[in-house]
Design a protein. Sequence first.
Length: 129
Amino acid sequence: MKNIFLIGGTMGVGKTTTCKILKKKLNNSVFLDGDWCWVMHEQSIIDDIISRLNTSGCKVYTISLVCSEQALCEHLRKDVAACIRTEDVISRSIERLPLYDKLNTYKVNVSNISPEQVADFIIENFEIS
């Protein structure tokens, strides 16, 4: 059986880094990055994405990476200092943070763990074959 992971979360929470680590750790995996379009901040969007996929023979996991506002600010400030993001991203990302709590997804709190630990948690806690 194939596994499909839809991993969402606000900008700066660690989705891309976590998914790149998962791709390296899992055999025959693909990573499609949709960060540029803020894809999965509403349940209707997640439901629409899944409805358009052929999921026969697949197990679908919907996961939201969540964290405290403080941890998010720390992550984003590092990115701003490194000129990876602009300062305005901090307020926009914080505004979206509560949206992920409302979703029908498995929540992984990444406030105090590294992306490597998040990837390991996903591998260990979901039926990945």
